[in-house]
Ligand binder design. Structure first.
Ligand SMILES: Nc1nc2c(c(=O)[nH]1)N[C@H]1C(S)=C(S)[C@@H](COP(=O)(O)OP(=O)(O)OC[C@H]3O[C@@H](n4cnc5c(=O)[nH]c(N)nc54)[C@H](O)[C@@H]3O)O[C@H]1N2
Ligand SMILES: Nc1nc2c(c(=O)[nH]1)N[C@H]1C(S)=C(S)[C@@H](COP(=O)(O)OP(=O)(O)OC[C@H]3O[C@@H](n4cnc5c(=O)[nH]c(N)nc54)[C@H](O)[C@@H]3O)O[C@H]1N2
Ligand SMILES: [Mo]
Length: 780
C-alpha cells in the first residue's frame, strides 16, 4: 500500500465555512452514498426522518430546516455508503491479513451484509445462517456455570427499544454485567451529579441557551464533536453573551465559526467570533481552577458584605435549597492560593478573571466534555463545578444550569432504560414486578472490570451491541489478551472493525440495520426512540433501503438471542420484536417519565423526560442540593511520576481528530488543528521540545509511567510544535490507548484516565516516516 504523505499546515479560517461544505461533497462522493441520492440528508433530524447517528446534541424543535453539520453528514455517509463487505470479501482475506490493515482501511470496506462465524481451520470468517448463530450463542450462554461469566457491552447508538430489550434479556439470564461506552465517557457525570443535585443528567434545555448571558465551555471541542452546538453558541455570541473556553488548547471552533446556514458568515473571511475569553489550564488542572474560582466567589462575597453592597452568593438559594455550605466555604477559605495556582497551571490573574466573569453572569450555563471526565479526579471536579454553580443559584433557573455534553446519539437513553451495571434496587423491583422474575441484585462489571475479569479467566462470553470494545478501551495489548481468552465473542455491528479481529475461540459478526435504514416488521415500518443530551425523547424512522436483505434490526437480533437462550415462556420475545410500540409499553411500565410514551412520540420533537434538579427538586438523601468538600489531590500518579522523572515527565491527553468518530476513522486529516494525512502525531509545546532536545517533525516513541512493572509503549509519533501548555502533550485516540494503564481510572467512576497519562518520550527506534502505515495498523 502507498504510504500517505502527511503535512502540517496551520488553519487560519473560521470553523465550518466553505471547508466543511467541501468535505461534505467529498464524503458523499467517496462513499457513493445510496447511489447518489442525497435527498435523505434533508430528512436528517426532521420530525418524520431519522435521528442523526452522530452526536447527542439536541435539535431545535427537531429542526424545521435542514441543519447543516459536516460531521453529521460524515456519520450518515459512512452508514449509507454503497460499499459492501460480503462473504466473498471474507473468503478472500484471513483474519491475520485483515489485522495488518489500519482502522482507517477496515472502515473503508463498507457495510457488512451477512452473519459470519469464525472458522479457526482457515483463520477466516465464513457465512452462518441466523438460526445457527443464535443457537451458538445460546449454547455458550447455557454452558456457563454462572451467568456472571458473560458480559454484555452496549455502545451508545443502540435505541431505547433495543437497549431495554437487551437489559431485560440479560437480567433474565441472570447478570448485571453491563459494561457500556458511557463507562469511558460521561460516567463521572452520571456518578458525580447525583451527589450534588440528585440526578446524573444535565439541567438545561435549548431554551436556556437563548437566555444565558454567560457560557463556560469546559474541556470540549464542539467544532469537531458537536458541530450543531456551534450554531447555538453563534446565536449566544451574537446576542452578546460571554463565552469562555476552558481548555488547554485554543480549539478553532471556539474561536471563530462560519455557519453554512448564514450567507453573511460564509462571505466574511473571519466568520463569527465565538469565545471571547480562553482560559487554558494545564491538562488535569480544572479541579484546582474551579476551586480557585469558588474561593474567589467567597472572597468577593466577603467584600460585598463588608461594603454593604449586593451579595455575590445567592444566599436565598443556598438557605432554601442546599446543605453543607458552611463546611464547603470553610474548605475554600482554608485552601491556599499557591496550591491552586500550581495545580491549575495558571497565573492567579487568569483565575480571578474567570471568577469575575462568573459573578457578573446573571444566567450562567456550564458545559463539559471529555476534557473533564477522563481524569482520576473527574467525579470530584464535576461535583465542584456543580457546587460553583449552586453558589449563585445557577441551577434550575431559566438560562442557567449544568450541561454535560454527551457523546453517542443515544448514550443517555441507554442508561435511562436500564443499561447500568449498578442498578438501583427500586428499578430492579419495578422490572421484577413488570416481568414477573427475580433479577440479579448484585452489581455487575463496568468496562474496565470486564477486562480484568476476562484476564482472570472469569468472563468467558462477550456480546457487544455495537461499538469497538477491543480498541475503544484502555491498555490495548492487555485488552486484546482479554478478548482472545474468551470462549465466545459476538458483535452486533454495521461495519467491520478491529474488535471483530480480536476474537474468542468462537466468534460471530452479526450485521444489523443502521438508524438511517427502513426497518420493517410484519410489513409495518418501525421507528425507534432516542434521548438526547438534554433529555428530549423522540422517534426516528429510517428511510434508506437496508444495506443487505440479510440484515436484522438490533431489536430482532436481541429478541432472537433471548428466545434461543431463555425460550419464550415468560416473555414473548418475538412478539415484542414484531411491533416496537410493545417494547415502549414495557419501558413505560418500568420507568417514570414515559407516561403515554407511544402517544407522546407523535408530537414532532417528542417530549422532555423531566429532570428533577431542573425543577429544583433534589433527589438526594438530604432532599437538598448538597455542597461536597474535596481537597486538591497532591499525590496522584502524575505527581508521583513527576517526582521521579522531573520535568521530563509529560501529561498526555488523547482526543479526537476532526475526521474520526471515536474508533471509526473516516479520513486522516484534522483540519482545524492543521494536520493532514497523519494520525501518529504528538502535539508539544515549543519550549518543552527544546528542553527535551527534540525538533518538530522528529519521530519519537512514547512510554507511559505506571507502577505495575508493565511496559506500555507506542512507537513512531511525529512531534508537532503546538500551542499547548508546558508539560502537556496531545495525541489521537485510539492509537495511544496502549498507553492507558488498565488500573488507571477515575475515582468513583471507573473511567479510564485517557486525558491524563504520565509519559516519557524517547527518539523513535524505528522511524518509518509513513505515519499511518500497515506497520502501525495496531500493535498486536
Ligand atoms: N465527529 C465526531 N463527533 C463526536 C465524536 C467523534 O469522535 N467524532 N465522539 C462522540 C463522543 S462518544 C463523545 S464522548 C464526544 C466527545 O467530544 P469532546 O468532549 O469534545 O471530546 P475530545 O475530542 O476527546 O476532547 C475534548 C477536549 O478536551 C480538551 N481537554 C483535554 N484535556 C483537558 C483538561 O485536562 N482540561 C480541559 N478543560 N480540557 C481538556 C481537549 O483539548 C479537547 O478540546 O463527541 C461525540 N461526537
Ligand atoms: N484514549 C481514549 N479512549 C477513549 C476515549 C478517549 O477520548 N480517549 N473516548 C471514550 C469514549 S467517550 C467512548 S464513547 C468510547 C467509544 O467506544 P465505542 O462506542 O465502543 O466505539 P465506537 O468507535 O463509537 O464504535 C464504532 C462501531 O460501532 C458500530 N456501529 C456503528 N453504528 C452502529 C449501529 O447503528 N448499530 C450497531 N450495532 N453498531 C454500530 C460499528 O461497527 C463501528 O465500527 O471510546 C472511549 N475511549
Ligand atoms: Mo463518548
Amino acid at each position: 500500500m502507498k504510504k500517505p504523505q502527511g503535512r502540517i499546515e496551520p488553519y487560519h479560517h473560521p470553523a465550518a465555512g466553505w471547508g466543511a461544505l467541501k468535505q461534505v461533497a467529498i464524503n458523499l462522493i467517496k462513499e457513493k452514498v445510496t447511489g447518489g441520492d442525497y435527498r435523505m440528508l434533508l430528512k436528517q433530524n426532521q420530525p418524520n426522518g431519522f435521528d442523526c447517528p452522530g452526536c447527542a446534541w439536541p435539535d431545535r424543535e427537531h429542526a424545521s430546516t435542514f441543519e447543516f453539520c459536516e460531521n453529521g453528514v460524515k456519520a450518515v455517509a459512512a452508514e449509507a455508503t454503497s460499499k459492501r463487505v460480503t462473504p466473498d470479501f471474507f473468503a478472500a482475506h484471513t483474519v491475520s491479513e485483515l489485522m495488518a490493515q489500519s482502522d482507517y482501511e477496515l472502515e473503508q470496506h463498507g457495510r457488512l451484509t451477512d452473519p459470519m462465524v469464525y472458522d479457526a481451520a482457515q483463520d477466516r470468517y465464513v457465512p452462518i445462517d441466523w438460526n445457527a448463530a443464535f443457537e451458538l450463542i445460546a449454547k455458550h450462554l447455557k454452558a456457563l456455570d454462572d451467568p456472571n461469566r458473560a458480559a454484555f457491552y452496549t455502545s451508545g447508538r443502540a435505541s431505547n427499544e433495543a437497549a431495554f430489550l437487551y437489559q431485560l434479556f440479560v437480567r433474565m439470564y441472570g447478570t448485571n454485567n453491563f459494561p457500556d461506552c458511557s463507562n469511558m465517557c460521561h460516567e463521572a457525570t452520571s456518578r458525580g451529579l447525583p451527589g450534588t443535585v440528585g440526578i446524573g443528567k444535565g439541567t438545561v434545555t435549548l431554551d436556556d441557551f437563548e437566555h444565558a448571558d454567560t457560557l463556560l465551555i469546559f474541556g470540549q471541542n464542539p467544532a469537531t464533536n458537536h458541530p450543531r452546538m456551534l450554531g447555538e453558541l453563534r446565536e449566544c455570541a451574537k446576542r452578546g453573551a460571554t463565552i469562555v473556553s476552558i481548555n488547554p488548547l485554543k480549539e478553532r471552533g471556539l474561536e471563530r465559526f462560519a455557519s453554512p446556514q448564514h450567507t453573511l458568515d460564509m462571505l466574511s473571511p473571519k466568520g463569527v467570533q465565538i469565545s471571547s475569553v480562553f482560559i487554558r489550564p494545564r491538562v488535569g488542572g480544572d479541579f484546582a481552577l474551579i476551586k480557585g474560582v469558588a474561593k474567589r466567589v467567597i472572597e468577593l462575597d466577603d467584600e460585598a458584605l463588608a461594603q454593604g453592597t449586593e451579595r455575590i452568593l445567592d444566599v436565598g438559594f443556598i438557605a432554601e435549597h442546599t446543605v453543607n455550605f458552611d463546611a464547603f466555604a470553610a474548605d475554600l477559605r482554608a485552601e491556599s492560593w499557591s496550591t491552586i495556582v500550581a495545580e491549575a497551571g495558571l497565573a492567579v490573574d487568569e483565575i480571578l478573571k474567570l471568577a469575575d466573569i462568573y459573578v457578573k453572569g446573571k444566567a450562567v450555563i456550564s458545559t463539559w466534555g471529555m476534557g473533564i471526565t477522563q481524569h482520576k479526579n473527574s467525579v470530584a471536579t464535576i461535583q465542584l463545578l456543580s457546587n460553583l454553580m449552586m453558589m449563585r443559584g445557577n441551577i434550575g433557573r431559566r438560562g442557567a444550569g449544568l450541561c454535560p455534553v454527551r457523546g453517542h446519539s443515544n448514550v443517555q437513553g441507554d442508561r435511562t432504560v436500564g443499561i447500568e451495571e449498578k442498578p438501583t434496587q427500586a428499578f430492579l423491583d419495578r422490572l421484577a414486578k413488570a416481568y414477573d422474575f427475580e433479577p440479579p441484585r448484585e452489581h455487575g462489571y463496568d468496562v474496565v472490570e470486564t477486562i480484568h475479569a476476562m484476564l482472570e479467566g472469569h468472563v468467558k462470553v462477550f456480546i457487544g451491541l455495537g461499538g469497538n470494545f477491543a480498541i475503544a478501551t484502555p491498555d490495548t495489548p492487555r485488552t486484546f489478551d482479554a478478548m482472545r481468552s474468551c470462549a465466545l465473542t459476538v458483535h452486533v455491528t454495521t461495519k467491520l472493525n478491529r474488535s471483530h479481529l480480536i476474537h474468542g475461540q468462537d466468534a460471530l459478526i452479526l450485521p444489523t440495520l443502521g438508524r438511517t435504514e427502513i426497518d420493517t416488521q410484519n410489513g409495518v415500518a418501525q421507528g425507534v426512540t432516542v434521548e438526547d443530551s438534554m433529555s428530549m425523547v423522540h422517534i426516528s424512522y429510517g428511510m434508506n433501503r437496508p444495506a443487505s436483505a440479510n440484515l436484522l434490526s438490533e431489536i430482532a437480533i436481541v429478541a432472537r438471542m433471548a428466545h434461543a437462550t431463555l425460550g419464550s415462556d415468560k416473555v414473548d420475545w418475538l412478539d415484542l420484536a414484531s411491533d416496537y410500540a410493545k417494547i415502549r409499553d414495557g419501558i413505560e411500565q418500568v420507568f417514570d417519565g414515559f407516561q403515554n410514551y407511544n402517544e407522546r412520540l407523535k408530537k414532532p420533537g417528542g417530549f422532555h423526560l423531566g429532570v428533577a434538579s431542573r425543577d429544583r427538586v433534589w433527589k438526594t438523601p438530604s432532599g437538598k442540593a448538597q455542597f461536597v468538600v474535596h481537597g486538591i489531590a497532591l499525590d496522584t500518579p502524575i505527581h508521583r511520576a513527576r517526582a521521579e522523572h522531573g520535568q521530563k515527565l509529560m501529561t498526555l491527553m488523547t482526543t479526537r481528530s476532526h475526521d474520526q468518530y471515536n474508533t471509526t476513522i473516516y479520513g486522516l486529516d484534522d483540519r482545524y488543528r492543521g494536520v493532514y494525512g497523519l494520525r501518529r502525531v504528538l502535539f508539544a509545546n515549543r519550549e518543552d521540545l527544546t528542553m527535551l532536545g527534540f525538533e518538530p517533525g522528529q519521530h519519537v516513541d512514547i512510554t507511559s509511567v505506571w507502577d505495575d512493572g508493565v511496559v506500555r509503549h507506542v512507537e513512531d509519533f511525529m512531534l508537532v510544535e503546538y500551542d499547548i501548555p508546558r508539560g502537556c502533550l496531545g495525541a489521537y485516540y485510539p492509537e495511544t490507548n496502549p498507553l492507558v494503564p488498565l488500573s488507571s481510572v477515575a475515582d468513583g467512576a471507573g473511567t479510564p484516565t485517557s486525558k491524563s497519562i504520565p509519559v516519557l518520550l524517547s527518539p523513535a527506534k524505528s522511524a518509518t516516516l509513513g505515519a499511518d502505515t500497515e506497520a502501525h495498523a495496531i500493535a498486536a
